[in-house]
Every structure is written in structure tokens, then in C-alpha cells.
Design a protein around this ligand. Structure first.
Ligand SMILES: Cc1ncc(COP(=O)(O)O)c(C=O)c1O
Length: 544
């Protein structure tokens, strides 16, 4: 069965709902039994029965216990359905913009509603509007990997609900974060200066965007201390034209002038890695014009094509010019816990900061973005605040970490718990093997592409992303781009798989990224079958 596209919300959803999403709240697990408070309410009597609304008790351990079990069952059934009933869950949501407003009330309820009713709505109205990132047939962008350990860690962290902005506000939250990031730094074989035992240390940011922002601010303040605050308009930054857009945003937030953001051109000759020579030339030219180079953002595993900037030469250039080098390894950095991939971050020794997204490929559920800095005082100098209401004698002591001074926001979640749980409940060897499995699955897909003369692999693959396309049949690049665009739309409209695209040197390229935790070889094989089937219309002499 293929999913309709643009057939109207109600038609489109009808088949989805009718075909088994009911299983998600299946009878086995009691949602329909309404055994919580007799009627499934979080809080006393249901709506519409005329009774006075009972006084709310937002946290009741027994209600939590019962409804928590129901919720875990609901989520477990969702995952089971992703595996067993993929025909009911199009990987890329097929709803139309505004679909939800048509099917939800205009205002919030005055009276409590039963959990069962709410979960029914989730099944019928919310889930059809989800793109299933955890589907085994999800191959778009980069994955957002979940795991049971990560989920349990999130649950525990949400359950405990502490807010560890200073050491005092939950010493365990701060101390566990310091320890777990030291553990992870050792697994990545990061240099000792990134460990908490030296001048550096790690902090879990929410996202890679936040990570690059805080280090741009730290580097900016470090250089301005040296050259004076009036020099802001002379500060220049460097990255490749493949760098994630968050870098530009971070610079603009940091007051760096847009025209001082140098995005160095890349091409296929370096597999889209930043050419060190271009960096050297750009720095020399800027120095000659009186600009002040202060920041390089290198990437290991670019968003577009998983390109790797050569950290060894870039780091040398950064060091010799006194420039802060940040390494954004949001996706591929996770693979560097495997010795065979560690070479991609050789040269990190000369970086001032390094970031990975453990929620991308280390099974730490959204969101968890460890950042390490070589000199924590640069970060703290830029971000420290000391309102009287947070002062307490122990918080002032140098030996305690107050993570509020390492990030933008004050409040912070206890994210290290889930990372700790992932590392403990799986162990590093399992994590390495899982990453290797994903890379092997990508290789498997790449082999399919290579064996089919209608297709070509566009970039050298280092990790679990394959960049490929239908080859230009008669050298016509425009026509080829159009066909690949059409192919992308066609396969994603099936709902069977979801892949994404990028543009490299003017070529419209398809991206196949393995990283969802449920993906197995059979899903990769099926994905290739779907792609081949929809590509066949472009060939006159071959049908699959
Ligand atoms: C290399 C790279 N950097 C940064 C980001 C942004 O990550 P986040 O969404 O955690 O800010 C991404 C997202 O895919 C990425 O691939």
C-alpha cells in the first residue's frame, strides 16, 4: 500500500488510523480499561458529568505509577508498530499544513479529560502528523538516535526534575556531568587538556547550535581583551562553505559583522573538506587589510555530505595565528569512540573546543550535546553572572563547577544521567559495535548503488552517510538534477522510506543516512528496492 499525497487530511489520515494505529493503545495494556481513578483521569472526575471539579493534585505518586505504566506501554507499542506495522506509519508524515487546527478544539478544556481520551487523540490526530524519526526505514538528514537506556535516563531526569544551575542546587547533577564527560572524553581519546582535571572540561549543551554560540562568545571576549572592545568590526571568522548554518547564526548573535564571516569554498577535489591553503591565504589577506582573525570553525562530518575538514593542518594554522579553533563533530564525532574512526579527529589536540551530539549517534535521546573546552575560564569569563539571589558561599569556591556559567540559560536539565545510563547499561564495546553496524549498513547500500549503472556515488563515504544520485544519462546536468528531485519526491511520497537531499557543486544529490536504532539490513535492501522501482521510469530499457 502506498500513501496518498495531497488527498486531503481526512482521507489521508483515515487509512492510517483505520489500519492499526489503534494497536498502539491496544487493549492488552489497559488504556481502554480506564482503571486509573476509575475513569482514566489524571485528576479526579471526568468532564461533562456535572460534578464539581476535584481539587487538583498535580503530583500524586499512585496516579504517576498507574499512568506512567500506561504511558510506557503506549510508547513501547509505538516502537513495536514501527517495526511490525510500517504500512500504517508513513515514515515521512503525509499530512497537509494546518491539518491539526481542523481537528482540535479552538480552546483548552475547563475540566479534566481522561488520559484514555487524550491517548486516543494522540493515536488518531498526532501520530499521523509525525515524521517517524525512529522508524527503521528513516534515512534522512542525520538520525536522532534513541535507546531504552536513553529513554530511561530521560524518564529519571524528568522524574527527579532537579535544576542544577549551580553546584549547590544539586551537587550530584553537576558532579555526574563532570565525571561522565571525562569518561566520554577518554573514550574519544581527547587530549588531557579537555578533561576536568586540567584547565578545561566538558559541559552538556542542549544542541550543537548552542555549543558553537557559547564558544564564539568565549573566543570573541578572549580576543577583545587583547585588542580592545572597539575592534569588534575588525574581527573575522573562518569556516568552509559546508559548515552548518548555526555557525553564521552564532557569529551574528555574537556581533560579528556578516561581511567578516569567511566561508571558504570547497569542492570535490577535497571531498568537500576545507582546503588549508585557502585558509592560510584568507588569513594573510585579512591581516594585510587590518582585520583580526580570531575564530575557525572546522567540521568533522558536515551536515551535507559528512565531509571532514583536515584538523591537523587547520589546527597548526590556528595555533600559529593565535586563533580559537572549534571542531563541530555533531554527527561523526560519535563514531570516533571506535579506534578505526578516531583518525578523523587527529589534530583535535590543537583545537580549543570540540562538540558532539550524543543524541545524533550515541543513543542518548534528544537532546544531549557534549562540548569540551581547553580553557574553561574563557567560557566562564564570557558567560558568568553573579546575581545576589544565587550567591552562596560554596558556589563561589573555585573547586565547584557552576554550569550556569558555561551556557546561555540558567535552568538546566539533568542530562548527564541519561549519558551515564547509556554508557553503563550498554558499555562502550556495544556502542562501538552498534556504530560499526550502521557504517556497514551504509556500505551495503553503497554497494547497491555502485552495482547499478544508472546511479553513481557522489562523494567518498567515511561514516554512515551515502551521497548518491541517478547519473546524468547524456551529460545533461540540469535534466539529471530534475530527475533526482523527482525521484526524491516519489520515494518519500510512498511513506515507505524517508531520504533527504543536498546540493554539491550544483549537483542535486540524494542522501541516505543510516542511524535509526531499529534499522537492519532488510530495511536497507527494501529501501534500495523502493528507490530502484521509482527510478525505473527514467530508463526506457530496464524495469525493476
Ligand atoms: C555538523 C552539524 N553541526 C551542527 C548541527 C546542528 O545540530 P543541533 O540541532 O544539535 O543544533 C548539525 C545538525 O545536523 C550538524 O550536522
Amino acid at each position: 500500500m502506498e500513501y496518498g499525497n495531497g488527498n486531503g487530511i481526512r482521507n489521508g489520515l483515515g487509512s492510517i488510523i483505520g489500519n492499526g494505529l489503534g494497536n498502539i493503545i491496544g487493549n492488552d495494556h489497559g488504556i481502554n480499561n480506564g482503571h486509573v481513578n476509575g475513569n482514566g483521569n489524571v485528576n479526579g472526575s471526568g468532564k461533562g458529568n456535572g460534578a464539581k471539579v476535584e481539587k487538583m493534585k498535580p503530583m500524586d505518586s499512585e496516579v504517576l505509577r498507574k499512568q506512567g505504566h500506561i504511558m510506557v506501554d503506549f510508547i513501547a507499542d509505538y516502537y513495536k508498530n514501527l517495526e511490525d506495522s510500517p504500512q500504517n506509519l508513513p515514515v515521512l508524515s503525509q499530512v497537509q499544513p494546518g491539518y491539526l487546527r481542523d481537528i482540535l478544539p479552538n480552546s483548552a478544556p475547563e475540566r479534566p479529560e481522561p488520559l484514555k481520551e487524550l491517548l486516543d487523540d494522540v493515536s488518531k490526530k498526532i501520530i499521523p502528523g509525525l515524521t517517524h524519526w525512529q522508524s527503521p526505514s528513516y534515512f534522512a538528514y542525520y538520525a536522532s538516535s534513541t535507546s531504552v537506556a536513553g529513554f530511561l535516563g530521560e524518564m529519571l531526569s524528568t522524574g527527579l526534575s532537579v535544576v542544577g544551575f549551580t553546584w549547590l542546587t544539586s551537587p550530584a547533577a553537576t558532579e555526574l556531568e563532570v565525571i561522565v564527560l571525562d569518561w566520554l572524553a577518554k573514550l574519544l581519546q581527547l587530549p588531557d587538556h579537555f578533561l576536568s582535571t586540567g584547565n578545561g572540561g566538558g559541559v552538556i549543551q542542549g544542541t550543537a547550535c548552542e555549543a558553537v554560540l557559547v564558544v564564539v562568545l568565549a573566543a570573541r571576549d578572549r580576543i577583545m581583551k587583547k585588542v580592545g572592545k572597539t575592534s569588534l568590526s575588525q574581527l573575522v571568522v573562518y569556516a568552509s562553505d559546508q559548515t552548518h548554518s548555526s555557525f553564521r547564526k552564532a557569529c551574528l548573535i555574537g556581533g560579528i559583522h556578516e561581511e567578516n564571516i569567511r566561508l571558504l569554498k570547497t569542492d570535490s577535489s577535497t571531498n568537500y573538506g576545507m582546503p588549508p591553503k585557502s585558509l592560510e591565504e584568507a588569513i594573510s589577506s585579512d591581516l594585510a587589510k587590518g582585520f583580526i582573525p580570531f575564530f575557525i570553525c572546522a567540521t568533522v562530518g558536515t551536515t551535507s555530505s559528512a565531509a571532514v575538514d583536515p584538523l591537523v593542518p587547520l589546527g597548526k594554522i590556528a595555533k600559529s595565528n593565535g586563533i580559537w579553533m572549534h571542531v563541530d563533530a555533531a554527527y561523526a564525532g560519535n563514531a570516533c569512540i571506535c579506534p578505526e574512526f578516531r583518525k578523523h579527529i587527529d589534530g583535535v589536540e590543537n583545537a580549543d573546543s570540540f562538540n558532539i551530539n550524543a543524541h545524533k549517534w550515541l543513543f542518548a535521546n534528544q537532546t544531549c550535546s557534549p562540548l569540551w573546552v581547553k580553557d574553561r575560564y574563557s567560557l566562564i569569563d564570557a558567560l558568568k553572572t553573579n546575581p545576589e539571589y544565587l550567591e552562596y558561599k560554596v558556589s563561589k569556591r573555585d573547586e565547584v563547577v557552576n554550569y550556569k556559567d558555561w551556557q546561555i540559560s540558567l535552568s538546566r536539565r539533568f542530562r548527564s544521567l541519561k549519558l551515564w545510563m547509556v554508557l553503563r547499561l550498554y558499555g562502550a564495546e556495544n556502542l562501538r559495535n552498534f556504530i560499526r553496524d550502521h557504517v556497514n549498513l551504509a556500505k551495503h547500500f553503497e554497494d547497491y548503488v555502485v552495482q547499478d549503472s544508472h546511479f553513481e556515488v557522489v562523494t567518498t563515504r567515511y561514516f554512515s552517510l551515502v551521497c548518491f544520485r541517478l547519473s546524468p544519462a547524456d551529460g545533461d546536468e540540469d535534466k539529471c538534477n530534475e530527475q533526482n528531485r523527482e525521484l526524491l519526491a516519489a520515494v518519500n511520497t510512498t511513506g515507505k522510506i524517508f531520504i533527504s537531499h543536498t546540493v554539491l557543486s550544483g549537483k542535486f544529490v540524494l542522501r541516505f543516512a543510516v542511524g535509526a536504532p531499529l534499522t537492519e539490513e532488510k530495511h536497507v535492501t527494501e529501501a534500495w528496492r523502493v528507490i530502484q522501482k521509482h527510478a525505473s521510469k527514467f530508463f526506457h530499457n530496464k524495469k525493476y
